[in-house]
Design a protein. Structure first.
Length: 457
């Protein structure tokens, strides 16, 4: 028992060195406890009690997030003993941000909603696009809060409407993931008083929203409740077969990550013993089969616009059922379903049209992966997107945004290099698909081509 306890203490110190607030608070408490042995002070005792209360609340939430993550995100069974739990708990101690979540939940009323939402698709260049947004030279662009301290996720995506926050998806709480309203106000004051051309913009880049059958309703309701125009919605796309293969490899790497934490047994009670599929053909059969089709249909009927308005009046918080996370039936149900770009994008067009009214221009802007590899085309895309942002801003400050867009257009220089994790390697094409799935991807490739032609008209 001694060695696991030492490992836990060591894990707390490692997480504190990485900047995690709860472990830092734990180390501070330990140091103050030692100090209190030599210094008698009622103020010190009061301060220690205050920190102890805060830390206790943080660890309670951390334990809940840990259990939720193991069961529904990693799709594993929680290890049977405390000793067996320690490796995965230490990993989550370094990954999760419970105190920050509490603070943001308390202050959600005074926060903004994002101007831009990158809906996905996964493995289609969403990380690259979000890094371009973060480095815009003529805009004061703010990245979102992510509950995961992970280099591929942090300051990029919130995971809010896919249930990572203990399955809570109540639209009004979406604001918790974004900056305080006073930051937007101060940014605009600087633009007005100091002739700055860097107006405030914020975004969310959760790549799992596009395929999610519930996210369109919840996102639209968040903006309807706030009496705001809809955000600029962006869907990144690529060749359907390349996307499927890349996602298969990515998810298998994630499952190996789970094993490295000592999480060996899958949560068959949630996903059944068919999950995870053993090869890409089995994954496609599972994803496109009747059982998963039924799950997606049931999820699509969870939160209609009318039901959301009724639940809002009754002040009821919304939680996704476990089976509906992150996509209904599990992460690997995205194989093949992610490739149905037209179906997924049209879902957003239909939902946003019903909430905000039909309009001549489309709600979703499409970005092919190839455009991100072309500097001139990417500049044009970013300029068009920022013009859409300025169009949704109220009249008194719209000119500030439009000025920044003009400066963005003038600076048609080489884009800064960004990390790209979506480009497929040649060796990934070695997978052998059955004939029916080759036909499936051929059909989806043709549908994507037709959709791009329509959107480019």
């Amino acid at each position: 028992m001694f060695n696991p306890f030492v490992n836990l203490i060591h894990g707390v110190f490692i997480a504190a060195r990485r900047g995690q607030l709860l472990p830092i608070l734990t180390v501070v408490l330990a140091l103050l406890s030692v100090l209190s042995l030599f210094l008698e002070s009622k103020y010190l005792r009061f301060f220690m009690k205050l920190l102890l209360v805060i830390a206790s609340i943080g660890y309670i939430l951390l334990c809940k997030l840990y259990s939720h993550s193991i069961r529904t995100i990693f799709n594993r069974q929680i290890p049977g003993t405390i000793t067996q739990c320690i490796p995965s708990f230490i990993a989550h101690l370094s990954l999760l941000k419970p105190l920050e979540i509490i603070y943001r939940c308390i202050t959600y009323r005074w926060r903004v909603l994002p101007d831009i939402i990158v809906l996905g698709e996964v493995r289609c260049g969403t990380t690259s696009l979000c890094q371009h947004l973060s480095s815009l030279p003529h805009f004061d662009c703010h990245s979102p809060f992510c509950l995961w301290k992970h280099p591929e996720l942090d300051r990029k995506e919130t995971f809010f409407f896919v249930g990572h926050y203990l399955r809570y998806v109540t639209p009004k709480y979406y604001r918790m993931c974004f900056p305080l309203s006073v930051e937007r106000w101060w940014s605009l004051q600087k633009c007005r008083k100091f002739n700055s051309s860097r107006p405030f913009v914020t975004f969310d880049g959760c790549a799992q929203y596009l395929t999610s059958p519930t996210a369109p309703y919840l996102i639209a309701e968040a903006y309807r409740q706030a009496n705001l125009p809809p955000p600029v919605l962006i869907a990144c796309v690529r060749d359907p077969l390349e996307q499927a293969i890349s996602w298969w490899q990515y998810e298998n790497a994630a499952m190996e990550w789970g094993k490295s934490m000592g999480l060996n047994d899958f949560n068959a009670s949630l996903r059944t013993d068919q999950y995870p599929p053993r090869d890409i053909n089995s994954a496609l059969e599972y994803s496109l089969g009747s059982n998963v089709n039924d799950l997606y249909q049931n999820a699509n009927e969870l939160y209609s616009s009318e039901l959301l308005q009724k639940l809002r009046k009754e002040n009821i918080d919304l939680r996704l059922p476990e089976w509906a996370m992150t996509w209904p039936g599990g992460q690997l149900t995205g194989i093949g379903r992610n490739a149905k770009y037209s179906e997924n994008i049209n879902r957003y067009e239909r939902v946003f049209g019903s909430v905000f009214g039909e309009r001549q221009s489309r709600y979703v802007t499409i970005l092919p992966l190839e455009v991100q590899n072309n500097g001139v085309q990417m500049h044009e895309f970013l300029s068009d997107m920022l013009q859409q942002v300025s169009d949704r801003v109220e009249s008194p400050v719209r000119s500030i945004y439009e000025k920044a867009v003009l400066e963005q257009i003038k600076s048609m220089t080489t884009l800064p290099a960004v990390h790209r994790n979506a480009l497929i390697q040649r060796k990934q094409m070695d997978y052998k698909l059955s004939e029916k799935y080759n036909d499936f991807f051929k059909k989806e490739r043709e549908t994507l081509h037709q959709m791009l032609c329509i959107y480019n008209e």
